[in-house]
Every structure is written in C-alpha cells, then in structure tokens.
Design a protein around this ligand. Structure first.
Ligand code: F6R
Length: 253
C-alpha cells in the first residue's frame, strides 16, 4: 500500500530549517529518550544551526537523546575534515548537550564493512528504533547513500557511490582530494523502520528528484520513492525545490 507524504512548501531554506528544528524539538519533548536519525550534507546545516541556538538559549536540551547518522564514507578516518564524523562534531555534537556515547555513525574505517553494518542495525534496534529520521535527497533521488537501483529491502551495508554523488560532494574535500568511491549507509529498509520521517529539499537542483519521488512510480530507480510506502513522512521543501511538482499533489503552503 502506498501513502501520500505530507508536503509543506515554505518560502525558502531558512523557513524549512526553522520548521525542521521545531519538529525535532517537538519529538524530543514528547518522547523521553528520543532516538533521532540524522543526516549530513548542505541541506541540514541550517537545521543544526537552529538547534545549536536553541540549546545555547536554554530552550532545548538533548540530554538523554540518542542519535544514529545515515552514513559515512568508507576509508576516511573520523578526524578527516570531510568525514561525516567531523561534520557532525563541527556542526552539532560538540555544541549541544548530547552525551558522547549517545551519538553514532557507521564505522567508515571498518575492516569488515558487512559486520560493521550488521552491528549498526543491532545498535539501532537495541536503542528501541528511530523515532524521527531526518533525510536530505540527492539530485539523483538517493536517500542516505542508497543510489538508484538500491533494493527497498536493503540494510546498513557497503555501497558504491554514483559518479554524480562524488561530483556533488567533491567541494567538501580539501583541494586535490576526491571523495571515496564507497560508503557505509543505512539501507532503505532501515530508513523505512523509523516511526516518522522528515525529508528536507531546498533549492532548484532538487526539483527534478522531488518530482520523480512524488509523481513517478514507486521504484528502486528513484530510491526516495520508497518513502511512499511509509505512513508518516513529511516533506519540508522550499518553492524552488517544489517547482517540478504538478498541481495534483496536495501541499500545505
Ligand atoms: C547525507 C546523505 C545524503 C544527502 C544528499 C543531499 O547524510 O545521506 O543522502 O542528504 O546527498 O545532500 P545535500 O544536502 O548536500 O544536497
């Protein structure tokens, strides 16, 4: 059975970030020991900025919250500036009262990525599952690093990155360094087990992917279309990202 995600179209990226931060704060307030699924990339940067501000202002606390990130590059040590470990510490973990030991990312340095993927799945399950999963969307429709063709029953595992993903993320790497070719990512089935999912899409480059996710077939060719199999998905996007959505799609503006 498919579901229609709740689509909220906001003026711009700032409004998307504020709404996402409000949603995260509401889940934390309503769920003792909430478990968050977190994303990296450019889109959630403003969300982390809002959350940092709220913590600094004493309006929000992450004490008791646990988190699991979607993905990490394979072969990149945690201290590498372009690793998602570094990103999360720089943008979020080092500035909020989330305890060390309560946040998790896949182990990009694992000798045995299959075993590391299995351990990550067990850790998520032991934490009681993810209450709220935050997602971005790739220009090719990927979620996490589940590139087009990723099976809907996939779990945390080693994947090859699409050439377009490597190109899109190259600017995050120091001059002359190219991103790794592989990553460890939560699978689509892992993502679909979250109790609630919020996908963020901002800017004109995401318009085609959002259109394909919502108007095309539910098919592994567009990994984000799998979210139509989940009953509690909210899409927060700006006008630019919504520009390929046709009139038949119900949206709250
Ligand atoms: C990040 C992730 C990716 C990004 C996507 C969009 O943890 O898993 O799916 O969400 O590539 O990236 P940005 O936000 O940089 O456009």
């Amino acid at each position: 059975m498919t579901h229609a995600p709740k689509l909220t179209i906001l003026d711009d990226g700032d409004a998307v970030a504020s709404e996402a931060a409000r949603t995260i704060a509401a889940v934390i307030a309503a769920t003792p020991g909430a478990v968050l699924g977190l994303a990296t990339g450019r889109t959630p940067l403003a969300v982390y900025a809002r959350l940092r501000e709220d913590v600094a202002a004493g309006k929000l606390s992450f004490e008791g919250v646990r988190s699991f990130n979607l993905d990490e590059y394979l072969g990149l040590p945690p201290e590498h500036p372009a690793s998602y470990h570094s990103y999360m510490r720089r943008e979020f973990f080092d500035h909020v009262d989330l305890c060390a030991g309560d946040w998790h990312l896949p182990d990009g340095m694992a000798d045995d990525p299959a075993a590391a993927g299995g351990r990550y799945e067990v850790a998520i399950r032991k934490a009681g599952g993810i209450d709220l999963q935050l997602l971005g969307i790739g220009e090719n429709g990927h979620i996490g690093f589940n590139e087009p063709g990723a099976p809907f029953d996939s779990r945390t595992r080693k994947v090859a990155l699409a050439a377009s993903t490597i190109a899109a993320n190259a600017s995050e790497f120091p001059d002359g360094q190219t991103p790794p070719s592989h990553a460890l990512t939560m699978g689509i089935a892992t993502i679909l087990e979250a109790r609630r999912i919020v996908l963020l899409a901002t800017g004109p480059k995401k318009a085609k992917a959002l259109g394909a996710m919502l108007s095309g077939p539910v098919d592994p060719a567009v990994p984000a279309s799998a979210l139509r199999l989940h009953p509690a998905v909210t899409i927060l996007c700006d006008e630019e990202a919504a520009s390929c959505l046709h009139d038949g799609i119900a949206a709250v503006r």
